[in-house]
Design a protein around this ligand. Sequence first.
Ligand code: ACO
Length: 331
Amino acid sequence: MIAKYNAKITGTGHFVPEKILTNADLEKMVDTSDEWIRTRTGMSVRHVASKDEAASDLSYHAALKALEAADLKPKDLDMIIVGTISGDHAFPSTACILQKKLGLRNFPAFDISAGCPGWIYAINIAKQFVENGVAQNVLVIGVEILTKITNYKDRNTCILFGDGAGASIISRKEPTDISRIIDSEITADGTHNELLIQEAGGSRMPACKESVKKNLHTLYMEGNKIFKFAVKSMYSMCDIVLKRNNLDVTSIDWLITHQANMRIIDALGRKMKIDTNKVIVNIEKYGNTSSATIPIALDEAIREGKIRKGDLVLMASFGAGLTSGSLLIRL
Ligand code: ACO
């Protein structure tokens, strides 16, 4: 398809709940230590939603910040796409709930279930709607409240996850503007879908006493198998977009990868041979917020003045599915 228009990110925002869960708190809950968590993951604290906070609440606050940064009002939006695996309900979509919260109606609003790359998948889709002229301003959210489906008796997983939302506005670009979403690649390898799964609550295993008793509504993950997939898949996704655009890694100003584990981020950086000063990391403050890690890191880096207009930013993620994706933008 030859694009009629180009798309760009015109505004970003993020929001995390107030409550903090520290490594010291986790030491009291399971057999672990601050030292183990720091050295094995790079994490120190994470934000945790309150009983009353759901995905659409975090999304709403992040969305308002992104709209303000884009100098737009909610009424300027004509599509909402939310990447999440921990939405308010199985249905309706969190995007529809968010549409109502923003006082809007009568345009497409839907969720994408793609694990941690959910935000990249959603941007990839939004880009196409903007490029073909169907949409002018799309609100794209990556949001997760994984702490509500975390098993706090399983030390292998409960130390990893935090909650948060990252929002971005994807708009039609003016011809004179250098900013642009350049390229994106998304893929999935469903043969390994059982490695990261919430087994119960769907049509395969509806909720019942047994499913609750066996903790099957919480997240199950085979961490070390995912670890190997993570580096390989993110490297491949980055390589595809770099080669397709005749770029090499030295042209990249910033790399933002999924914040799942510091050792994964380091290993990918080494494999790509990228200058470590160009790698954005905030895992210490938020843990793994799944589909929200990249839009939160992107927003923080923009607001801190680290990433500036004109910078070339490469992003990559992997997660449940198993899915992976990359995104290349000039801010
Ligand atoms: N504290 C102390 N010891 C622990 C802890 C803990 N919190 N967790 C595990 N251990 C122990 C294990 O029991 C094991 O002990 P053993 O050798 O006596 O059996 C030992 O530490 C090593 O366990 P590993 O699982 O091999 O530890 P690893 O170094 O692989 O780290 C981790 C585990 C952090 C989960 C890592 O594998 C990882 O980050 N994997 C990727 C996770 C990820 O990115 N998931 C995908 C995204 S999430 C999403 O899509 C929703």
